[in-house]
Design a protein around this ligand. Structure first.
Ligand code: C2E
Ligand code: MG
Ligand code: MG
Ligand code: MG
Length: 274
């Protein structure tokens, strides 16, 4: 009896594996088909200058309007896109769309810096620089209107690091996202220039907990200043967090307190600097 049950379990396991594999193939096929279409949509979250309270920029965050499945958050498909290499055409589409939106805002007299997430895998692909150049050229966005965001995983990838330094030469700004959650190394930070350091929301969330967190965040802000970078704190949900960060010298902030990511349409009534 035990043996028969064991065999049943093994069969069930094999079936689950097969189903997972099929689902993955389906996801991959659907994602490939979605790229280049309006199924990929960008939402924009305001980045606020903590001193003046003005909206200074917007982070573009991709979503997948997948037929029959609703609006999927990036966690549900960016991983797959990275593993399959689809992040390259997906990322190119996002870059062009975000640059185009920045130009549209400029046309309305609002100078909003637009920030775009770029995966390490995307950055290390040979065509990244040309595709960035094409996005800027096609939209006529000046390079200093764009910031690209990378995570600390770039440091483990030589080709990505080389591309990143070349990006910076063009005048496009570079932000280090989720700072403090990955492979932070003072030696890398010291050696490679970044324009923006984004303080991860796990720090923001823990600010009220202990004096320890507050101390660490103060150090990050001071360190960024020494290195000539501005700081953006992520995940601000309360007025207390915003006030504390402003007093600690953090330049910018982003979070539900100021606005959730939403389609550019929702920005029409939002005030901004200028
Ligand atoms: P991220 O770059 O760290 O972006 C910030 C994430 O925090 C966003 O999640 C945003 O909606 C969320 N967030 C903002 N304010 C708050 C807040 O006050 N509280 C909380 N709890 N969350 C807040 P989202 O849009 O789901 O994006 C998740 C991640 O997906 C991003 O993290 C980014 O790493 C990645 N991602 C998004 N768009 C792209 C893209 O176009 N390309 C690539 N490669 N990755 C992307
Ligand atoms: Mg980001
Ligand atoms: Mg990011
Ligand atoms: Mg982040």
């Amino acid at each position: 009896v035990a043996k028969r049950e064991g065999g049943g379990r093994a069969r069930l396991f094999r079936r689950e594996m097969a189903e997972e594999l099929l689902a993955r193939q389906r996801d991959k096929r659907d994602l490939r088909a979605a790229i280049g279409t309006e199924q990929l949509v960008l939402h924009y979250q305001p980045i606020v200058d903590l001193t003046s309270s003005a909206v200074s920029g917007a982070e573009a965050l991709v979503r997948w309007q997948r037929p029959g499945r609703g609006l999927l958050p990036p966690q549900e498909f960016i991983g797959l896109a990275e593993e399959t290499g689809l992040i390259v055409p997906l990322g190119a589409q996002v870059l062009t769309a975000a640059c185009a939106q920045a130009v549209r805002w400029r046309g309305e007299g609002r100078s909003l810096d637009v920030t775009v997430n770029v995966s390490t895998r995307q950055l290390s692909a040979p065509g990244f620089l040309p595709s960035l150049g094409r996005a800027l050229e096609a939209t006529a966005l000046p390079p200093d209107g764009l910031t690209i965001e990378v995570t600390e995983s770039v440091w483990a990838d030589e080709a990505a690091m080389r591309a990143l330094m070349a990006v910076r030469e063009t005048g496009v700004r570079v932000a280090l996202d989720d700072f403090g959650t990955g492979y932070s190394s003072l030696s890398y930070l010291h050696r490679y220039p970044f324009d923006v350091v984004k303080i991860d929301k796990s720090f923001t969330r823990a600010l009220g907990d202990t004096g320890r967190t507050a101390g660490v965040v103060r150090c990050i802000i001071d360190l960024a200043e020494v290195l000539g970078a501005v700081t953006v704190a992520e995940g601000i949900e309360t007025r207390e967090q915003a006030d504390w960060l402003r007093r600690a010298g953090c330049g910018y902030a982003q979070g539900f307190l100021f606005g959730r990511p939403e389609p550019a349409k929702g920005w029409d009534s939002l005030p901004s600097r200028n």
